[in-house]
Design a binder for this molecule. Structure first.
Ligand SMILES: *[C@@H]1O[C@H](CO)[C@@H](O)[C@H](O)[C@H]1NC(C)=O
Ligand SMILES: *[C@@H]1O[C@H](CO)[C@@H](O)[C@H](O)[C@H]1NC(C)=O
Ligand SMILES: *[C@@H]1O[C@H](CO)[C@@H](O)[C@H](O)[C@H]1NC(C)=O
Ligand SMILES: *[C@@H]1O[C@H](CO)[C@@H](O)[C@H](O)[C@H]1NC(C)=O
Ligand SMILES: *[C@@H]1O[C@H](CO)[C@@H](O)[C@H](O)[C@H]1NC(C)=O
Ligand SMILES: *[C@@H]1O[C@H](CO)[C@@H](O)[C@H](O)[C@H]1NC(C)=O
Ligand SMILES: *[C@@H]1O[C@H](CO)[C@@H](O)[C@H](O)[C@H]1NC(C)=O
Ligand SMILES: *[C@@H]1O[C@H](CO)[C@@H](O)[C@H](O)[C@H]1NC(C)=O
Ligand SMILES: *[C@@H]1O[C@H](CO)[C@@H](O)[C@H](O)[C@H]1NC(C)=O
Ligand SMILES: *[C@@H]1O[C@H](CO)[C@@H](O)[C@H](O)[C@H]1NC(C)=O
Ligand SMILES: CC(=O)N[C@H]1CO[C@H](CO)[C@@H](O)[C@@H]1O
Length: 397
């Protein structure tokens, strides 16, 4: 399995396997699917040392929660695997280890999220519960320390200590749903995913909440492919870098914008932001769609260094004629460093006259888009700030 077209180095994954599964760099797609596929002994086909999680009493030796399996792992750089059997798990998952960790949901349809059998749920909101920072509300957190995961406030957010180490170098989730079901409408930040100082990949996963569903925190690199993110208000937000490919962004109502990013000044030229490519931005269902026509903004600037681009993506008629909007009338937060952009979006939500009249949306030409047009151009390495940090991305899932 050789691939060389993504700015990453050529990696012959199959040969690594002959050196032993416990220390292998990555599973091949075939090996992953063999592990995920239901078998009488669920661990048949899995790498040795894969941990089993099940809510079914028949598997008495299995961990009962994902978090108890995560906590049993060493805080080192070894590669680890966790297979989660069908069920609903009511828990918060918090991954602080640096070594690669792959969470696999058992499924007979591993190439799609519609057959996912595992849902991890939590119910919390900043303000709504006793949470004093958004970090405490999330269903899934991947960050090395509590401080690195805090959102804080103001234009630059929580001042994360400068000696904070990087966290997980290669976290992946395949075929898992993460839900924060605090209330069925926006009622304070209510996160399904929070990741900071980590490289994280999500394949055939769903993230569902209403407000601030997905938080991509500082120095986070996150890649989603064939996923679904559902929300109402600012449901993709953060400071880091998120690339979304072949996925569905489902609007459950119109509040804030789909994206709300806070850029940062760094000593290197950074490409922090959210990039949505070959995806769709659509009403969650026909019932809510009826009241949303032309009302949902693509995004708004959490600070003026906001960067987001929707490229080659379908927009349904729920999208506002202006595309993006200002933060608020009293505090627009738009200046010439703000990049709230589209490149070749299409569908009834694309309205050229509306974009021009609205004055905040930038429509990129091919040359302008080429600065960001693939993951290798936007994912930075920790400290050096160089781009091309894509060794942890699974291009085949
Ligand atoms: C446990 O195993 C028994 C015997 O195979 C089966 O009848 C039962 O349905 C299983 N229970 C669950 C909760 O899957
Ligand atoms: C993990 O790898 C990093 C980078 O190579 C290294 O700095 C760190 O000491 C390693 N951690 C452990 C626990 O071995
Ligand atoms: C996971 O989400 C997908 C997409 O919404 C859905 O089709 C699937 O039924 C969900 N599975 C579970 C177990 O929640
Ligand atoms: C908030 O904390 C108090 C005191 O610990 C507790 O009684 C209350 O149930 C908590 N509220 C929520 C919504 O969790
Ligand atoms: C995650 O776990 C670390 C280590 O136990 C802890 O310090 C931190 O508070 C946890 N993070 C959250 C958001 O609960
Ligand atoms: C977390 O941040 C607070 C506030 O800046 C600081 O007082 C504390 O020492 C930090 N904790 C760690 C473990 O760095
Ligand atoms: C449509 O989506 C809204 C918002 O998530 C939800 O409250 C409602 O139950 C959904 N209706 C149907 C018919 O699925
Ligand atoms: C970034 O730098 C510019 C120019 O110095 C400054 O005006 C702006 O406030 C800074 N923004 C942030 C979020 O640090
Ligand atoms: C951005 O705006 C500032 C102040 O309005 C101006 O000084 C600067 O030249 C502008 N930069 C660009 C690249 O247009
Ligand atoms: C496009 O936007 C313009 C300006 O806001 C508006 O007049 C027009 O009705 C919109 N077209 C459609 C098809 O919504
Ligand atoms: C939503 C969207 O743009 N989907 C396209 C993604 O790319 C494939 C081809 O690679 C098209 O067939 C889809 O229409």
């Amino acid at each position: 399995m050789l691939f060389s077209d993504r700015l990453g180095s050529c990696v012959l994954i199959t040969s690594l396997f002959t050196f032993g599964l416990a220390h292998a760099k990555a599973l091949t797609t075939e090996q992953r699917i063999a592990c995920q596929f239901p078998t009488p002994n669920p661990l048949s086909g899995c790498p040795q040392n894969t941990l089993l999680v099940s809510s079914n009493a028949n598997f008495s030796t299995a961990f009962k929660s994902v978090q108890s399996a995560v906590l049993s792992l060493p805080q080192d750089n070894s590669t680890r695997y966790i297979l989660v059997l069908p069920g609903q798990y009511n828990e918060q998952i918090n991954v602080t280890r640096s070594g690669p960790l792959y969470l696999l949901g058992q499924t007979s349809g591993p190439a799609s999220l519609s057959g996912n059998t595992v849902e991890v749920t939590w119910h919390a909101a900043t303000g709504g519960t006793n949470a004093t920072d958004n970090a405490y509300t999330s269903t899934l957190t991947i960050a090395p320390t509590l401080n690195s995961s805090l959102t804080g406030s103001g234009p630059t957010g929580f001042p994360i200590p400068p000696d904070t180490p990087f966290g997980n170098t290669d976290f992946r989730a395949y075929n898992l749903n993460f839900t924060n079901d605090w209330l069925p409408y926006s009622a304070g930040p209510s996160l399904a995913l929070s990741t900071s100082y980590a490289n994280t990949g999500f394949y055939h996963c769903a993230f569902q909440s209403y407000q601030d569903t997905v938080y991509i925190g500082k120095l986070a690199n996150a890649y989603m492919r064939d996923c679904e993110v559902a929300g109402q208000t600012d449901f993709l937000y953060g400071f880091g870098t998120l690339w979304i490919e072949k996925s569905a962004l489902k609007m459950r109502g119109c509040g804030g914008g789909v994206t709300a990013w806070k850029g940062s000044n760094t000593s290197y030229t950074n490409h922090f932001g959210v990039y949505v490519r070959n995806s769709s931005v659509v009403a969650a269902n026909e019932t809510v769609k009826a009241g949303m026509r032309g009302r949902c903004a693509l995004g708004r600037p959490w600070n003026s260094l906001h960067r987001s681009v929707f490229a080659d993506s379908f927009l349904d008629e729920s999208v506002a004629a202006t595309g993006y909007i200002e933060w608020s009338a009293a505090e627009p937060r738009v200046d010439n460093s703000t990049l709230m952009a589209e490149y070749r979006t299409f569908g009834p939500g694309w309205n050229e006259t509306g974009r021009v009249e609205g004055k905040v949306t930038r429509v990129l030409d091919e040359r302008q888009w080429s600065a960001y047009s693939m993951p290798g151009k936007v994912f930075h390495f920790f400290k050096s700030g160089r781009t091309g940090n894509v060794g942890w991305v699974d291009w085949e899932a």
